[in-house]
Design a protein around this ligand. Sequence first.
Ligand SMILES: Cc1cc2nc3c(=O)[nH]c(=O)nc-3n(C[C@H](O)[C@H](O)[C@H](O)COP(=O)(O)OP(=O)(O)OC[C@H]3O[C@@H](n4cnc5c(N)ncnc54)[C@H](O)[C@@H]3O)c2cc1C
Length: 401
Amino acid sequence: MRAVTVLGGGIVGLTLARELRRRGLEVELLDSRSVGTGATGAATGILTPPQHTRTPFYQLRTRAWQMWPEYAAALSAESGIDVGYLRCGAIDIRERTIRNPQRELRKLRDSGGRVEVLTRDQIRQLLPDLARSPEAGLRVEMEARIDPLATIEALRRSCHGAGVNIRENLGPIRIEPIGAGGITLVATGSIQLSQPSEQRSVILAAGWESVSAALAVAPSPLPLEPVPGEAITLDLAAPAHLVHFNLLREGFRDPSGNRSIYSWIPAPGGASWLGNSVASGHSVASGDRVASGDRVERTVGDRSSAAVEPTTEGREELVEVARSIFGEDVESRITGHRAGIRPKATRHGGPLLGRWPGRPQLWVATGHYRAGLLIGPATATMVVDSMLDGSPIPEEFQLPG
Ligand SMILES: Cc1cc2nc3c(=O)[nH]c(=O)nc-3n(C[C@H](O)[C@H](O)[C@H](O)COP(=O)(O)OP(=O)(O)OC[C@H]3O[C@@H](n4cnc5c(N)ncnc54)[C@H](O)[C@@H]3O)c2cc1C
């Protein structure tokens, strides 16, 4: 193999392209829109290390967490762009922490940093703008944030500077099977693409849209579920720490305990972001509409290349959440709103990484769900090691045959 075509220019595709080029391969990155217009451009940039290392996924997350300071510095040096890495720590005032802070503290025993229980007065001092007055909370040292858009731009420049051929706005590209084990790339219109061969592999890294790109290649569809998420920008001064909290909304079922968790995030430039962990009521099965209300309509089979638009419903949710912690007048402080679809692997274990069963020229790297910014660089190293040196990828991450 001398060359690789990467499909998709989110955090995953760009980190792969950079890594492959650094190892001396000829790399082409193709994006149906422009890079960073998928989930990565909507993300809020939180980097959270895991609480233990008992599974390959948590080991990957630990490695990723450890990589980031150096990775951020390298990217900034290569591109001249500060990616906004800030180990700001977090204040956790989720319901379960308020109820039993000692239990939550014990879970973070091996986090590698300080964790301390906060009293009501300490929280009031640290977060004077809060309309709530929680009885207890935790301050956790080991959490960080990056600026996702700056990271995308830094990766783009770094790739470009190293000689990656980035081609954007190509419309959706599909992978079709040929013969017993071959593949071909198909674009719309008269766009010419370098075709896979023994010398050129393809990595499918198109986030949630990887499903539609490879619909024709068995085993299909990819075990991936779209999980929409939205975030707003507020012109409220950035908090010194990330702040995690809940809002249990009326008539809102929350069996996972995840859907009511929100974060207030210090945004680069001094403003702040507020985002949901999982958008309310949306966890859409493959084949269903991702859309509802004024949400952009897309289905698995729909090859439309429109970017995901923020929704009225999403804004209402986030306004209600913002009111619950900043008071009634906060709506006028909203200066931005964005949305994306997280690619969630529907089988246990973590992201989908590795060679496509029965198609030796095709590799996949998707399913990063809520942690793509954290683990993107680490998954790129894992996949490239496997492509070039045959290093094994944990079975948990591989595509089911
Ligand atoms: C609101 C929100 C907040 C989030 N917050 C965080 C966070 O704080 N921390 C964290 O770690 N993660 C977070 N995430 C999750 C994170 O954004 C994702 O895990 C990650 O961005 C996935 O990256 P990706 O490169 O796989 O996909 P994407 O970023 O979606 O990129 C896919 C790219 O592929 C392109 N494409 C699509 N189809 C094709 C095709 N057929 N051919 C070629 N190109 C194609 C698209 O145009 C796009 O550029 C958040 C997500 C959302 C929505």
